[in-house]
Design a protein around this ligand. Structure first.
Ligand code: HEC
Length: 324
């Protein structure tokens, strides 16, 4: 059934399918780039958090003068004024939480926090995304560098695991081995019972971002020129096949049809070279030769027929005279 449909219609159909496939391919590429870009941003935030935490750790904690929340406390004597100074220490997790709270108060589009299912500070209690991330990551091998991410209410959420090292177990292992500062930590919930290599929790990042569809629309608006180029390339293929193949074949078919019915037809192949590599030219020249020899034969046949008919007529007339 399809074989009876004209090439023009079939070609347009194929072009439309190509356009659709191309559109789908571009859409998927853009979606991948969009997600990869968000993931990269989230990974950068995590890197910064890890570096900050490593910096605090490499300095054995940070000492500050405000007693908002702390693990250690020392009264020191100022060397110049000889006045007593109260100093309070923060370990990496505590300093990181305060750093994350500081960022959350700013208008940064990226915020983060450190959280755990078995948390020490109730402020670090995971939300539903973070619980989901912890369950998913804990089922994966640490060597596979697991990550967990998804869009939640128009925000990109990302989580990367933190594992306990030997040095962490001093505070997160058995409570009886933990320093008094941790046991007496204000509002402490739990956060004990871990072993080296256990999943401590996750660094969770939240990115305020435009939704995929808003981004897509703005990219499409900015890419009018590039889209025009793609459409133009399709038009070029359409023009090429239409003007240089389909149109000449259509007129050749009309000529062949007329010749086969003995009807008059025009076929101009004067400007075409016999040794041309152009397939349509070759076909036109061959059809022109076929047309000429057919018309020559038909002409010859018609002349002979006239002579034969005349002879037949004369013979008939002679017969009629003899009979009279
Ligand atoms: C000196 C004791 C101490 C050490 C050592 C320590 N932590 Fe903690 N950790 C704490 C305290 C206290 C908190 C609560 C901080 C806060 O107020 O947010 C905490 C919080 C955390 C949290 C956030 C969830 C929660 O429990 O509130 C994670 C995750 C964490 N620590 C992982 C680690 C890892 C990994 C290490 C080792 C690299 C480590 N900790 C070493 C004391 C410690």
């Amino acid at each position: 059934m399809l074989n009876n449909i004209s090439f023009r219609i079939r070609f347009i159909f194929v072009l439309l399918i190509m356009l659709l496939l191309n559109g789908f391919a571009y859409f998927s590429i853009f979606k991948d780039v969009y997600e990869e870009e968000l993931r990269t941003q989230a990974r950068i935030v995590v890197n910064n958090v890890e570096s900050f935490s490593a910096w605090v750790n490499s300095n054995g904690g940070v000492w500050v003068t405000n007693d908002r929340s702390y693990l250690g406390h020392r009264s020191l004597l100022d060397a110049t004024t000889q006045e007593p100074v109260e100093m309070y220490s923060k370990n990496p997790a505590l300093a990181t939480r305060e750093y994350s709270e500081q960022i959350a108060q700013s208008n940064s589009p990226a915020t983060f926090r450190m959280t755990s299912e078995n948390y020490m500070n109730p402020k670090n209690k995971p939300d539903s995304f973070e619980s989901e991330a912890i369950i998913s990551i804990s089922s994966q091998n640490a060597d596979s560098e697991p990550e967990y991410f998804k869009m939640v209410n128009g925000k990109y959420r990302y989580a990367k695991p933190v594992y306990h090292k030997a040095g962490c177990i001093r505070c997160h292992g058995r409570p009886e081995d933990a320093p008094a500062s941790v046991i007496n930590f204000p509002n402490r919930h739990d956060g004990f019972g871990f072993q080296t290599g256990d999943l401590a929790g996750v660094i969770s990042v939240e990115l305020q971002t435009e939704s995929f569809s808003t981004r897509l629309v703005s990219v499409l608006r900015d890419s009018i020129f590039e889209i025009s180029l793609v459409v133009l390339s399709f038009c070029l293929v359409l023009w090429f096949v239409w003007m240089l193949i389909l149109k000449p074949i259509n007129s050749l078919a009309k000529v062949a049809d007329a010749v086969s019915k003995g009807q008059p037809s025009e076929l101009n192949s004067n400007h075409m070279n016999d040794d041309s590599k152009n397939e349509v030219y070759k076909l036109t020249i061959a059809l022109s030769r076929l047309k000429n020899s057919y018309e020559y034969t038909a002409d010859k046949y018609s002349n002979l027929k006239t002579i034969f008919d005349k002879a037949k007529l004369r013979k008939q007339e002679r017969k009629n005279k003899e009979n009279k």
